[in-house]
Design a protein around this ligand. Structure first.
Ligand code: PMP
Length: 425
């Protein structure tokens, strides 16, 4: 088998930057990525046989750990019946019913193939239903790579310092207004200036693409009230938070009901899946029920539906999310103690099983504060942890994820590496 280095050399010849999604290339933390050969529970193994405790979890889907037997068996059963039919299939109905049951704000839902598809479709519905063209997003929030969202975006776009991408027409970018996360005044100012043109507002209810920044008290409530006042569609992008911060997502965790919600990651259990849905009067305007067009050859794919349904079954177990949140708090408490002992300025944020690590002594509650944290220190910490077999998200602007496979032993091993890593900074 090739080494990580050999594979990366080959990859760079045929894939842009050697990868199929930018953050995987380790460009912001430095060094070369490892190539995963297999994954199980809380662990990844690279092609050279090195084991890593994984806090990325395929960027969110692996909330019950990698290669969960119930999910794997559901996929194996589904595969025997064929990979794709191009007709409706029963599991699509069950998935729709399950999502509507788990998320009270959903009356009707459409399955798609990625988070990006979900968000671009949701704003089409907002625009089609209101007859308005502009949308509001927040600086540092990432909603996938559709043209309308690559304006002051987070995640890889933030990591690489190109928040606005070449190739996004100015005419399209002009329709995206940008506000400041956790700053309601900035949102009100946009509505007061252009409210009659604003179709909708899209927000990560817990920001997870500028590191992890939960909403300040009153922020989501204020967005709900402003959208109501100006007749705009409130869209929660729960691609990351859905089924993670709570079974009912961030909207259940914080008790705010959006008009539309987008999902991805966990509902596909690692298969390429997204979904968008919400109020009946909005979603009944989507084709073929209504005139707003959106389609997908592989949408509702039977293998993906089987995987997602199996995982949703696993995480519906009593106390699943409470235990996961407790374990996340245990990890963060231990990391904080390790940083304090080493005299490293450090703070953490968290919502459910989603967390952020900041090399900053202050509590980070804004995009500006996240970008002020010591990025070089994070990068050194990342490398020190990686060397010791702990894989954190390879950027200071990504959230971390825990799974139910991160048991006490895994957390203790992580903290042991963290004590050494903080001390080595
Ligand atoms: N929205 C959010 C909040 C995300 O975190 C992401 C991806 N991390 C997306 C949308 C885009 O999803 P995908 O990468 O599946 O297109």
């Amino acid at each position: 088998m090739s080494s990580n280095h050999e594979l990366f050399q080959r990859a760079r010849q045929v894939l842009p930057g050697g990868v199929n999604s930018p953050v995987r290339a380790f460009k912001s933390v430095g060094g070369e990525p490892f190539f995963t050969a297999r994954a199980d529970g809380a662990y990844l193994w690279d092609v050279e046989g090195k084991r890593y405790i994984d806090y990325v979890g395929s960027w969110g889907p692996m909330i019950a750990g990698h290669n969960h037997p119930q999910v794997r068996e559901a996929v194996e059963r589904a595969v025997r019946n064929g990979l794709s039919f191009g007709t409706p299939s029963p599991d699509e109905v069950i998935m729709g019913e399950t999502l509507v049951d788990l998320i009270p704000s959903l009356d009707v839902v459409r399955m798609v193939n990625s988070g990006t598809e979900a968000t671009m479709s949701a704003i089409r519905v907002a625009r089609g239903a209101t007859g308005r063209n502009k949308i509001i997003k927040f600086e540092g929030c990432y909603h996938g790579h559709a043209d309308s969202f690559l304006v002051k975006a987070g995640s890889g776009a933030l990591t690489f310092g190109v928040p606005t991408s070449p190739g996004v027409p100015k005419a399209v970018a002009d329709l995206t207004l940008t506000a400041t996360y956790n700053d309601l005044d900035s949102v009100r100012a946009l509505f007061e200036a252009e409210g009659a043109d604003i179709a909708g507002l899209i927000v990560e209810p817990v920001a997870g693409n500028m590191n992890c920044i939960p909403p300040s008290p009153g922020f989501l409530e204020g967005l709900r009230a402003l959208c109501d006042e100006f007749g705009s569609v409130l869209i929660f992008d729960e691609v990351m938070t859905g089924f993670r911060v709570a079974l009912g997502g961030a909207q259940a965790y914080y008790g705010i009901s959006p008009d539309l919600t987008t999902f991805g990651k966990i509902i596909g259990a690692g298969m390429p899946v997204g979904a968008y849905g919400g109020k009946r009067e909005l979603m009944e305007q989507v084709a073929p029920a209504g005139p707003i067009y959106q389609a997908g050859t592989l949408s509702g794919n039977p293998v993906a539906m089987a995987a997602g349904l199996a995982l949703l079954e696993v995480i519906r177990a009593d106390g699943f999310h409470a235990r996961l949140e407790q374990q996340t708090l245990n990890l963060l408490r231990g990391l904080q103690a390790a940083a304090d002992a080493a005299g490293v300025p450090f703070s953490t944020r968290q919502a459910g099983a989603m967390f952020g690590l900041f090399f900053s002594a202050d509590t980070v509650d804004s995009y500006a504060a996240a970008t002020r944290a010591d990025i070089a220190a994070f990068n050194r910490f990342f490398q020190a942890m990686l060397e010791r077999g702990v894989y954190l998200a390879p950027s200071a602007f990504e959230a971390g994820f825990l799974s139910s496979a991160h048991d006490d032993e895994v957390i203790e091993a992580t903290l042991l590496s963290a004590r050494e890593s903080f001390a080595s900074l």
